[in-house]
Design a protein around this ligand. Structure first.
Ligand SMILES: [Zn+2]
Ligand SMILES: [Zn+2]
Length: 370
């Protein structure tokens, strides 16, 4: 549980490791800090985005009035990430009413940390032209405020993600949207799979004739791959989707089949008030004459409604899409229309075409935003 302690004068004397994750800096690096500094350094803003005065903060109230105080607001961590936090602060009173300072307990609302390890669609495209938007294929890490880890898809980006993870990792959940090679082929290169005792949970769609485990193991075993995943020392679990709400650590995950080629699921991931929707391969305009007007007839709408961040297929330009209707992907313009229909707060264009350079993607985004 994240804890933050100040002395009677309001000087910060300690915060623990869970609080370090929310504040974005280790206590060893910040050390003792006077009240004037810690009450402003995190740039607290209220729910309307207005900067908060120090005397409005629960911790300052707990010290000044010697009474408990509770509030939800936003801070900018020292790692520059904006986070919603819920703080309960109360004074520390010892025997004989001796005032010892105050302690605050945080709940990091919406503390999801999202890292893009691969954003390319269809085929990896390394080279000097794809350095900024990434030449690696689909892989995203989502870390919760209590450190649970979800991995969204498993192509070439997953290799470096695996190498970046702590060696004492006990469990990881890999959420596959579908089994096309550009979402699966990196799985055997994921370092935690080679560590004895690590629980690796693989979630994804079955087909009408094969279970998820058979589908994955068929792709990743001889003669297509030299070793079978089953021979690796980690402990593998397979979970079939879509299903009812699933709880994974601090995450609540909703899934639904969406329009693409072959069984494909989309994900809506919630954690303490924040929502991420992941639809990397999606063609909601296919066969939909009313697109994007009808909410109930638009594939993926329920998953994306009101999301804080939508990561969506935006593979083509409008002109390219005209020649590739039915390929299972969207144009960047269609992705924007989908995001508007669903009322999402932010859209991240994803599954970039292997033929598109960084300069081309800049142009597509600029043109669409105009
Ligand atoms: Zn794909
Ligand atoms: Zn696909």
């Amino acid at each position: 549980m994240p804890i933050f302690i100040v002395d009677p004068a309001g000087n910060l004397v300690f915060y623990n490791e869970p609080a370090e994750n929310i504040l974005g800096r280790r206590y060893d690096e910040t050390g003792l800090m006077p009240a004037e500094e810690w009450s402003t350094i995190f740039e607290p803003v209220d729910q309307d985005g207005e900067p908060m005065r120090p005397e409005e903060l629960p911790m300052v109230i707990a010290i000044a009035k010697r009474c408990p105080s509770h509030k939800t607001f936003w801070i900018r961590g020292l790692d520059e990430n904006l986070r919603e936090i819920e703080v309960t602060a109360f004074p520390l009173i010892a025997q004989a009413e001796r005032f010892l300072g105050a302690v605050a307990i945080f709940l990091g609302g919406g503390g999801m940390k999202i890292t893009l390890w691969g954003t390319r669609g269809s085929l990896a495209s390394p080279g000097p032209d794809t350095v900024r938007f990434s030449g690696n294929t689909s892989c995203i890490a989502v870390e919760g405020s209590e450190k649970s880890l979800l991995v969204l898809d498993a192509r070439t980006g997953i290799r470096k993600l695996g190498l970046s993870l702590p060696t004492n990792l006990k469990r990881v959940d890999i959420l596959l949207t579908h089994l096309h090679m550009d979402h699966l082929q990196g799985l055997p290169f994921f370092a935690p799979l080679r560590r004895p005792g690590v629980e690796v949970h693989i979630w994804g769609p079955a087909s009408t004739t094969l279970r998820l485990s058979s589908r994955v193991l068929r792709c990743l075993s001889p003669p297509l791959f030299p070793v079978s995943l089953r021979e690796l020392p980690s402990i593998l679990y397979f979970h079939e989707l879509p299903s009812a709400l699933v709880e994974i650590g601090e995450f609540i995950v909703t899934t639904q089949l969406v329009i693409h080629l072959n069984p494909t699921v989309g994900y809506r991931i919630r954690e303490r008030g924040a929502t991420l929707t992941y639809l990397p391969d999606h063609e909601p305009a296919l066969g939909n004459r009313t697109y994007p007007r009808s909410k109930e007839w638009t594939s993926g709408y329920v998953l994306a409604e009101g999301a804080d961040l939508l990561i969506h297929d935006a593979q083509y330009t409008t002109e390219e899409y005209e020649e590739r209707v039915g390929y299972g992907h969207s144009s960047i313009r269609q992705a924007v229309l989908f995001g508007e229909l669903a009322g999402v707060k932010r859209l991240l264009s994803f599954h970039h075409d292997p033929a598109h350079s960084d300069a081309m993607l800049d142009k597509m985004i600029e043109r669409t935003a105009a």
